[in-house]
Write a protein that binds this ligand. Structure first.
Ligand SMILES: Cc1cc2nc3c(=O)[nH]c(=O)nc-3n(C[C@H](O)[C@H](O)[C@H](O)COP(=O)(O)OP(=O)(O)OC[C@H]3O[C@@H](n4cnc5c(N)ncnc54)[C@H](O)[C@@H]3O)c2cc1C
Ligand SMILES: Cc1cc2nc3c(=O)[nH]c(=O)nc-3n(C[C@H](O)[C@H](O)[C@H](O)COP(=O)(O)O)c2cc1C
Length: 782
């Protein structure tokens, strides 16, 4: 077999090593345009998990790499004169040059041919190769030559960054967030060998301009950075080596394989440097390719296996990198945060690290986070304990005069079980048991303002006395038997009305017994859905009046709070999204116009709703569809409702158009809540695939939301909040009938938690930094 590899970076060299080990007879050549020791960059980082992988696949290179490594466990966050350190991270750094020399030496040893100073410009010269590996890096000539086939998407990010080095020793992965007269600068720095550290500087485009960095030489910009970070560098110089300022290109390729050619490493996909995964991805691509070649019967089949088997892992890493880079791009959102909350946000930005996880590794840090959170709550007039604060989830919140005892919320969820809009026994048990289960706030399902406003024949309503009496019974039960507050969600289905019950066909039109639908514009949801009538002014007035009447009925029922549903493609949402609003009057066109009617309705309701009771609005913060609402629009929408007197924005997403492409994942909508809360400066509630109390605490402690709603988890576990309270040892209201159960779970949780933590700590392998520290510990210290 003949293998041609274009590019002698980590991807190309490691692929050569693994393939040659597998097929000693194969003729493998790496073609590299540079000289052997002619390399850019300073250090590279690997996690312990990545090193475990290297150990498994090629022990000799692993041993040489790890001999050269600098190890560290801590991450240090410097911000506004404070430094917060968190241990247990298990990372290693090594010089990129050394890494490449080790890989070159190992490749040679195995019999790989290394052709340096060979700039390949045409793959035709490899016509006799069975396999051509394209590992020519971020600006891949060969990916771009076949651009129509590989279809790379390049998302050039807005921040500017430059790689530099220094002689400054560092004992932690160090983030420095530095205020300057021009704006914020960030340094990401880590040591990679004795007396050498990598420094990546990052700033936003405006600050870059203001700081006059445009057009400076590498040395001049290094001098400028040394001026900014000199207080930390202690006289150590900044070193340059192709240290130009650039914009990071986030690259994703639609295809990775063409005939017998395969893309590896940065050529195929990139991951932002803030999660330190570029070199890791490159080398793990080589592992995946070698695995596929070992298992599949032909090169063709192996390349298919590589592409299909590897894609999910790469996309997961890219997603984490995306979330992380967005955090750094918007660091100004958090600039006025308490430093410990800021540091918590840095640590938890990419979802892998959470509140519980940090509690195990850095309990003192989490205690500080809890104290800072409790102090903020105390600042709002609550007499909470700040010496031994409870976890953020169990801190109270006030909206106008309504107080909620904790931050866990039952999200609004249609039960599709009402008869002519009247909630029945099912609803009483459903809402009642979730209130008893400890959630601070319970939302009703979307309750419709008129018969024709319903989504399905099973939806609840509040347009007549019978419905009002039924809701009063539920509200009274909640108030009499729990500490929960209950919020009425009012809505109109718009073009998604007259559809089937969820379990008979979500959003599908009713075959019989339907009713006429209305919307901002005459656009059916599915091609075969009913055509809605475009609302005229008379219809707008009628619907607005129905919202006001339902509001008054809601007050008569005794609800504590009111939410206006402006999300998920229903009537008011259909005005806000440009995908569903094609009007040419003053209610269509600009966002300001599209918001006009929803705001009119909100203001009319606000005027009818008692001034001491809060109101929220649910929005879809993105349509997940081209040309639709984006996060930036959501900020503008939230500001407009904020000015109209909204107390909380309930940040959901999507469900506007049927061909939307949401990116699901844990807590997938939380970044939108973060953006709305910290840009529009309104209180928010987040929701969406949040399943654990740990996630609830992580979101709250990082300042990404003020309340956290859980939908589906509450369907199967009404006592989610009591259970979590027991776990975190936070007292919680419980009806007297259930006290023995509460006492038992609180008692057992202390032991269960201790067992769990012991197991986690015992089960966790020592990091390489810990092992190294133990190995070098002087005997006398034993
Ligand atoms: C300026 C810069 C500095 C960086 N510094 C660091 C750092 O300090 N730490 C870190 O972890 N990551 C760093 N990175 C990112 C990291 O280098 C990559 O994520 C990783 O190296 C990807 O490995 P790769 O093998 O896919 O590509 P690369 O390492 O880019 O290797 C591609 C190789 O292909 C060669 N090549 C390209 N075209 C041809 C051709 N036509 N013919 C022959 N050879 C060709 C190139 O010379 C290069 O050696 C840096 C990136 C850049 C752009
Ligand atoms: C069965 C069901 C019914 C729902 N009904 C409503 C509703 O009436 N009003 C609303 O705003 N959202 C509704 N939603 C959306 C939820 O409130 C929530 O935003 C969504 O389920 C995501 O949260 P989760 O991942 O915690 O379930 C419903 C969700 C489910 C699963």
């Amino acid at each position: 077999m003949k293998v041609a590899i274009i590019g002698g970076g980590p991807a190309g060299l490691y692929a050569a090593i693994l393939l040659k080990k597998q097929r000693p007879q194969a003729e493998i050549t790496v073609h590299e345009r540079n000289r052997a020791d002619d390399t850019f960059g300073f250090g590279v980082v690997f996690s312990d998990a990545t090193l475990d992988n290297f150990e498994k696949y090629d022990p000799p290179s692993y041993r040489r790499i790890t001999q050269e490594f600098a190890y560290w466990d801590d991450i240090a966050v410097h911000f506004r004169g404070t430094v917060h350190r968190v241990g247990g991270n298990g990372f290693c750094g090594c010089s990129r040059r050394t890494l490449l020399l080790i890989l070159q030496e190992r490749a040679r040893e195995l019999g790989v041919t290394l052709a340096f100073e060979t700039d390949v410009d045409d793959e035709a010269r490899f016509a006799d190769a069975d396999l051509i590996v394209i590992a020519d890096g971020i600006n891949s000539r060969f990916r771009d030559r076949h651009i129509d086939h590989f279809q790379p998407q390049v998302d050039l990010r807005s921040n500017k960054f430059a790689w530099m080095g220094s002689t400054k020793p560092l004992d932690a992965f160090t983030f420095i967030f530095q205020e300057t007269e021009w704006g914020p600068f960030i340094a990401h720095a880590y040591q990679y060998e004795a007396g050498r550290s990598t420094w990546i500087f990052e700033t936003d485009a405006d600050t870059f301009q203001r700081a006059g960095l445009e057009g400076l030489s590498e040395q001049q910009s290094a001098d400028r950075m040394a001026g900014i970070f000199g207080w930390f560098l202690d006289g150590h110089p900044l070193l340059i080596n192709r240290s130009m300022w650039r914009n990071f290109p986030m690259i994703r390729s639609q295809r990775w394989v063409k005939d017998n050619m395969v893309l590896l490493g940065d050529a195929k996909a990139t991951a932002h440097f803030s999660i330190g995964s570029g070199t890791k991805l490159a080398m793990e691509d080589a592992i995946a390719l070698a695995d596929a070649m070992a298992q599949a019967p032909t090169v063709d089949a192996a390349l298919q296996t590589y592409e299909h088997g590897r894609r999910e892992e790469v996309e997961k890493t890219q997603h984490a990198a995306d979330v992380s880079l967005v955090w750094f791009e918007h660091v100004d959102r958090f600039w006025d945060f308490d430093p410990v909350q800021f540091a918590f946000g840095v640590m938890t930005r990419a979802k892998a690290i959470t509140y519980d996880n940090l509690t195990l590794r850095a309990p003192e840090f989490v205690r500080e986070v809890d104290v800072a959170f409790a102090k903020q709550v105390r600042g709002k007039g609550f007499d909470v304990d700040i010496d031994k604060p409870v976890a953020p989830m169990f801190q109270p919140l006030r909206l106008r005069e309504m107080q909620v005892a904790n931050r866990a919320v039952v999200s609004p969820m249609c039960m599709y079980s009402a008869k002519e809009g009247v909630p029945g026994n099912f609803h009483l048990v459903h809402y009642g048991s979730r209130a008893i289960g400890g959630a601070g706030l319970i939302f009703t399902e979307m309750t419709c303002i008129g018969r024709d406003a319903r989504i399905t024949p099973g939806c609840t309503g509040l347009w007549n006395d019978e419905q009002q009496a039924a809701w009063t019974r539920i509200v009274d039960f909640v108030h009499a038997n729990s500490a929960a507050r209950i919020c009425l969600q009012l809505g109109h289905a718009g073009r998604k009305g007259a559809t089937k019950l969820m379990w008979e066909g979500m959003d599908r039109p009713l075959e019989q017994g339907g009713w006429d639908t209305i919307s901002a514009s005459p656009l059916p949801y599915f091609p075969d859905s009913q055509m809605p009538r475009e609302m005229d002014r008379a219809a707008m007035d009628r619907v607005k009046q129905e919202f006001v009447i339902a509001t008054l009925r809601g007050e008569a029922c005794g609800f504590d709070m009111l939410e206006l549903h402006c999300a998920h493609g229903y009537l008011l949402a259909s005005f806000i999204s440009p995908l569903t609003n094609q009007r040419s009057d003053e209610y269509g066109g600009s966002l300001e116009n599209r918001l006009r009617y929803p705001l009119e309705v909100f203001e009319a309701m606000r005027a009818a709703w008692p001034a001491h009771k809060p109101m929220s609005v649910r929005i879809s913060a993105t349509d997940w569809a081209a040309g639709g609402i984006t996060g930036d629009d959501a900020v503008a929408v939230a500001r407009a409702f904020g000015e109209a007197g909204v107390d909380l924005v309930d940040v959901s997403t999507g469900q506007t158009v049927r061909d939307a492409q949401p990116i699901y994942g844990r807590m997938f909508q939380t970044p939108f809540s973060d953006q709305v809360r910290n840009e529009a400066r309104v209180a928010t509630m987040c929701v969406g695939n949040i399943t654990t109390a740990d996630q609830v605490n992580t979101i709250l402690a990082a300042g990404r939301a003020d309340l956290v709603a859980l939908g589906r988890p509450h369907l199967v576990d009404p006592s989610f909040t009591i259970r979590a309270a027991a776990w975190y040892g936070a007292d919680i209201a419980c009806p007297p009938q259930y006290l023995p159960g509460k006492e038992q779970i609180f008692r057992n949780s202390v032991r269960d938690r201790q067992d769990f933590e012991d197991l986690k700590i015992k089960g966790k392998p020592k990091t390489r930094a810990e092992l190294k520290a133990e190995a070098t510990k002087p005997l006398a210290a034993e």
